[in-house]
Design a binder for this molecule. Sequence first.
Ligand SMILES: *Cc1c(COP(=O)(O)O)cnc(C)c1O
Length: 236
Amino acid sequence: MVTHPALCYIEWVPTDIADNLKNIRRRITEAAVRVGRDADEIKLVAVSKMHPAETLRAAIAAGVTAFGENKVQEGEGKIVEIGREAAEWHLIGHLQSNKARRAVQVFDVIHSVDSIELAARLERICINEDRDELSVFVQVDLAGEETKSGLPESDLPELVAYLRSCKCLRFNGLMLLPPFFDDPEATRPYFNRLRALRDEIIPGGELSMGMSHDFEVAIEEGATIVRVGTAIFGMR
Ligand SMILES: *Cc1c(COP(=O)(O)O)cnc(C)c1O
């Protein structure tokens, strides 16, 4: 059910998506310029999890071209409502194998590939569904966080070799969801490490790293995709 803002004006605090976007784009440019990069090489993925389709529509109107969702089912609902072609759809959350087919059917990019089993399943499904190409990132766990998804660094070569043998999966680069630190500077060594791995494994490949509170540091360390939610849409 959608409650009209006028009916709950006391709690309703408008988040000006267009203003927030303008601000973030400026900060992206400033961070890029600080390290001599071109801001055009950095893609902003607007993380829209827990926000309704109407909010995404407002974001599209304000110039957003790519959305990130962390759950297949939630994302699918919005993609169906808004339209597959209306934006680029990125799955950024952990993908369970029983949701892999739905994910292949609706998402353009999957950021969270972290096992050969999952990769093999996605490849099989793509062939099955006649999908020529699916862009994927390998999510790396640099902190040894048992609770999070992501592949330990030591297992990367094997998965990457497998991805390179795939017909449909296109290995785009590496993705990182680092531990949370209040001070974004504390995340810098993780961003830096991911970049070094990228240079080693897939020179010139993409780096999906940086969120609302640390995307500027991520850009200084080479991010080519930043995934920003709260700073665009407000608190979830
Ligand atoms: C939620 C989420 C983000 C965005 O986080 P914000 O702090 O709201 O910008 C980015 N990446 C992943 C994987 C997420 O789950």
